[in-house]
Ligand binder design. Structure first.
Ligand code: CA
Length: 230
């Protein structure tokens, strides 16, 4: 396996050292920047395959960096994992909506960090198959047949509305990834459909009820959105 180049943008030296140590140990080629401006410069010069991005940076912050990378066709598909502190939920939401792929909250376990980094490289959110992807999804007794628009729990069909089906399929296609309400609305109905956050919550409540014991597979991520249990 060739060494994957990972850029860490982080101003706290101890966290930078911790991430650097653990990723290097796993065989990644790790490069570092301690400010947003330096980070952007390194993206252009080094073309990393993954970016670990601290949100609270002096000067240009993490959300600004997501916004700036999203505008560049050359860089907008590089996966980004935000490294965040507790209480930064609104910045996490902004970052996810500006093209970040995932986030990890400090303090984090090095094992989880490495697993997330590998997952982001293996299953990038960007360039993902379209919602019409027909692969059957299984989570124990829960089976989603996108082609037939059918959901089974223990071989019993579950009667979902069109929107409920698409919300479930959208989340289940990426187990473990968190999506904001805005992203769910966009994925399910297209960008110009004006649905409120509250409408997504209503869909989720209905879905959970109909899925019975499998309702718990749709997890609420407080302040951020929803994800399908990994
Ligand atoms: Ca910081």
């Amino acid at each position: 396996m060739s060494e994957k180049k990972v850029l860490i943008i982080e101003d706290e030296e101890d966290i930078l050292a911790l991430i650097h140590y653990n990723l290097t140990k796993e065989g990644f080629n790790v490069i570092c920047a301690s400010s947003g401006e330096e980070g952007l410069k390194m993206v252009a010069e080094e073309k990393p395959e993954l970016i670990l991005l601290d949100l609270m940076l002096p000067g240009m912050n993490g959300v600004d960096i997501c916004r700036s990378l999203q505008k560049e066709p050359e860089f907008c598909e590089i996966p980004i994992i935000m490294v965040t502190a507790k209480g930064e939920e609104s910045d996490i939401v902004a970052g996810l909506e500006l093209g970040a792929d995932d986030y990890i909250t400090k303090p984090f376990s090095p094992k989880i960090l490495v697993a997330r980094a590998k997952a982001a490289l293996r299953h990038p959110r960007k360039g993902a198959p379209a919602i019409s992807d027909d692969s059957v999804i299984k989570a124990q007794e829960l089976v989603i047949h996108p082609g037939k628009k059918e959901v089974l729990v223990g071989n019993q069909p579950i009667n979902l509305t069109f929107t409920e089906f698409h919300v479930l399929h959208f989340l289940a296609r990426r187990p473990g990834w968190v999506f904001t309400r805005y992203q769910i609305v966009n994925a399910v109905r297209g960008e110009d459909y004006s649905v409120t956050d509250r409408a997504v919550d209503v869909q989720i409540v209905g879905l959970r009820k109909k899925l019975g014991p499998y309702g718990k597979y749709i997890e609420t991520v407080r302040g951020v959105g929803y994800r399908f249990k990994d």
